[in-house]
Design a protein around this ligand. Structure first.
Ligand SMILES: C[S@@+](CC[C@H](N)C(=O)[O-])C[C@H]1O[C@@H](n2cnc3c(N)ncnc32)[C@H](O)[C@@H]1O
Length: 248
């Protein structure tokens, strides 16, 4: 299992690929060194969720987010904050992204139902004009809930830096199956979902929590440029190979 230690944070690394700049490090350390403006921030941060109590949240990410708990993908980092810490931390990284966003640029951030209120608070605290919530409908294959309602949705909180400048009309609900086999990250997002989001954005995309670089692949596929940051050495390498080889 991957653990967070001072080495993973100190040894920042930068790799340049055609159309892409990949950084390995903590986004709070890397973002101040990046030069904007970016057309959009499209990102899927650790939710620090998956439980009602501190003990629940401290469990491994595989345990929290996967039905079986068993996974061939390593756990990922940064997922154990309580809600108050999550709010402060989110406002910090969102603030750094906001400074580097173009006027009218979009900020698009994934969340689940537990962290939805603090994530919208953080976005506004960072200076973003919060404009709405779109829905990822994970379809009937999502986790059932005996006596309750299927865990079928994740949320896409979005806002902009000042007045919107885009011309495109995008949907507010995305019905896309979650990844089954073949995915490269424990909680990787499906490429078709990220393609829809990236299509709404300007030409230079920033993802401070790139994981396996699904956002990056979508961006490059649409002729946009991509800047991604990932703290885990394992997932940084996955992202690098994926963008080099164009793996879906
Ligand atoms: C939910 S995953 C992103 C998955 C991605 N959307 C994909 O499709 O592969 C969040 C990622 O953020 C990384 N992460 C956590 N804390 C971070 C930090 N402070 N700076 C940069 N990356 C971080 C985790 O290691 C994890 O890979």
């Amino acid at each position: 299992m991957a653990t967070r230690n001072s080495k993973t944070l100190l040894n920042n690394q930068h790799v340049k690929l055609p159309g892409a700049d990949l950084y390995r490090g903590d986004c709070l350390a890397v973002l101040p060194g990046l030069t904007g403006p970016f057309g959009a921030v499209v990102t899927d941060p650790p939710y620090s969720s998956g439980g009602q109590s501190k003990g629940d949240r401290a469990r491994s990410t595989g345990d929290k987010y996967l039905n079986s708990g068993a996974t061939k993908y390593p756990d990922f980092l940064g997922d154990t904050k309580d809600q108050r810490a999550y709010l402060h931390w989110s406002a910090l990284w969102m603030g750094l992204c906001f400074e580097r966003l173009a006027d009218g640029g979009l900020m698009i951030v994934f969340s689940d139902w537990r962290q939805l209120p603090v994530t919208t608070d953080a976005m506004q605290a960072a200076g973003v004009t919060w404009r709405g919530i779109a829905v990822w409908d994970k379809t009937g294959g999502a986790r059932p809930y005996k006596g309750g309602f299927r865990s079928q949705a994740e949320y896409i909180i979005w806002g902009s830096k000042g007045a919107l400048k885009g011309e495109r009309y995008s949907p507010g609900v995305f019905r896309v199956n979650p990844l089954a086999g073949g995915k490269l990250h424990q909680v990787g997002k499906p490429l078709p979902l990220m393609e829809e989001l990236v299509a709404a954005c300007g030409p230079r995309i920033l993802d401070p929590f790139m994981g396996s670089a699904t956002t990056g692949l979508a961006a490059l596929g649409q002729g946009k440029t991509f800047t991604g940051i990932e703290v885990s050495q394992h997932y940084f390498q996955v992202a690098l190979s994926r963008l080099k080889e164009g793996l879906p």
